[in-house]
Structure formats: C-alpha cells, structure tokens
Design a protein around this ligand. Structure first.
Ligand SMILES: [Zn+2]
Length: 303
C-alpha cells in the first residue's frame, strides 16, 4: 500500500469513527508538522499549540473531506493558515478567541458549510477545475522525474517559485537565454495539451510562469514538485542517483521548499528522537480532538 493509499484508508476509518485510526494519523504527521512550525516559531510550546489546533481543524472538517486528495497537502495548508493567524494576532497585539477562527480551519472553499447553495455550487465547480489543474501539473512534474528531465523541472521552479528572470536562470544553470526561452515555450505547450485533454479551462500565457501567477500560488500550496517522503529519506542516506540527488538538493535548499525542509528535519531527528516527548504530544493532540469523533453526521440513529 502506498502512503497515499494508507492515508485514504486511515481517513475513511476516522470518518467512520475509529479512534485508533485517528491516533495513527496524528502519529504519522505530528513530526513533520512540528518541524514546519518550529522553523518559523522560536518557542516549542507555540509550535505545539498550532499543530494541536491543526489536528483539531482537520477533525472538524472531516465530514466533508475528500479522502482521495493529499492529506499532507491539506494538513500543511491548515497549519499555514494557523501560522498566518498567529502572526496576524501577534502583530495586532491582540488575541482573538479560538471560536472566531473556527471557519478558517478549512483551507478550501468546498469544505465550508453554512454558505448559500448557489455560492457553494459556484465554488465547487471552480474547485473541481483547480483540482484538475493540480492533477495536470503534478502529472507533468512526475513525468519529468520519471524521465529524468530534471533540467526542465529546475528551470520551471526557478521561474515560478523563485521568480527568477530568464537571464538569471540562464547564468545560474550555464545555459543560453535562448535555451531557457525554449524550455518555457515547450513546457507551456505541454501544459496546454494536458489541460485541454482534461477539459480544464485555462488560458495559458507566458505570465503563468511568473512568481506572482495563480500557477505559482498553486505550485507552492500543493507542493506540485515535492519529492515523496521516501525519496527524501533516500536523499539523506545518499542512496539516490546523482540526478535525483541534485534535484532534491535544489528543491529543498535552493528553492527553499518549507514542506520538504520540514520533512527532512523530521527524518533527520528520527534516530535521536525523544520517544517520551513524542508520545506525550501525540496523546495531547489526541485528547483535544477525539471528542469530535462522536459528532460525525452519519451518527443519526434509526436508519
Ligand atoms: Zn517540497
């Protein structure tokens, strides 16, 4: 079973009210989430609070969660929202109550309840388009990896994630500017074909390859080109082939992917880990959220 399938299996079990599966979800993700929060917060206790709220946020949005989507992406999106709220509150110098933030748990519109149905329908179709677009981009990135076309991937990440100009990319990679422009042209053409085949309505333009574009936003949020956690593990062991090793190093350190850096931190400490502390934190997250298991919608008796 792949880790995506394992996640989907666990989530369905939690949706059905399985407390042991919920503990397992926390166990799987607490380390990388904590590492992610700790990269931005000085205090361990602040990071723990936000990770605990993240699990609570996941639990609350579970009745409408689509288990076929990436759980890791979803959890990092909730945590990112929590971090943004935290810094916003702190900069305002005022504390908002947790209740006031409840609606912000779900990072995507299709998860929000209590909105008029035509609004929901509109958001859902926009969301379906976004999901299809994400699938196309991800399929393209996976193909680049499978066919060892890492140069295309690195050029696109430099343009889209780092916001570099053709000239800068060319000089960094020792390519001609014409070669960079050629890669851009070819990649846009490929994306056009992929989205057309998937009936995604997107008018591809050169500006989609800029750091401020909606594609750049999706790229960062969905971790389009993030290697699998097992690949990151092999990167740390130095057992990847040279092309992969170079790409992962660029993606994590060069492009500064916070999600992969957090996974790497977590994998690095796996050996030196304090099991008692980890277990204590897992149980703390579990205790604060498990009560929501009994509020699931399919609990209605009598049918
Ligand atoms: Zn990444």
């Amino acid at each position: 079973m792949s880790s995506t399938e394992a996640d989907a299996f666990l989530i369905r079990a939690v949706q059905a009210g399985d407390a042991a599966a919920w503990r397992e979800v926390i166990e799987r993700y607490q380390g990388r989430l904590l590492s992610f929060a700790r990269r931005r917060l000085a205090q361990r206790s602040e990071a723990e609070d936000l990770v605990q709220e993240t699990f609570l946020g996941l639990m609350r949005s579970l009745p409408r969660y689509d288990a076929s989507r990436s759980l890791e992406t979803y959890l990092f999106a909730i945590l990112r929202n929590k971090l943004n709220d935290f810094f916003r509150r702190r900069s305002k110098g005022q504390r908002q109550s947790l209740e006031a933030l409840e609606l912000e748990d779900a990072p995507a519109a299709w998860l929000q309840v209590d909105t008029p149905s035509d609004y929901v329908a509109r958001e859902e179709s926009r969301d379906a388009q976004r999901i299809a677009l994400v699938d196309c981009l991800r399929r393209w990135a996976e193909n680049c990896c499978a066919q060892a076309r890492f140069q295309d991937l690195i050029v696109i990440e430099m343009l889209v994630v780092l916001g570099m100009r053709n000239k800068e990319v060319a000089s960094d990679l020792e390519l001609s500017e014409t070669a960079v422009a050629g890669i851009k042209f070819r990649v846009l053409e490929r994306w056009r074909q992929l989205t057309e085949a998937a009936s995604v309505q997107h008018n591809w333009r050169e500006s989609d390859l800029a750091a401020t574009s909606s594609v750049a936003h999706i790229w960062r949020e969905e971790g389009i080109s993030c290697p699998k956690r097992s690949t990151l593990g092999r990167y740390l062991l130095g057992t990847l082939d040279q092309n992969w090793q170079t790409y992962v190093e660029f993606h994590a350190d060069g492009a500064g992917c916070q999600r992969c850096l957090a996974n790497l931190d977590d994998l690095r400490d796996e050996d030196a880990r304090d099991d008692a502390q980890r277990q204590r934190f897992r149980e703390q997250c579990f205790a604060s959220s498990v009560g929501f298991l009994s509020h699931r919608p399919n609990d209605h008796a009598g049918d």
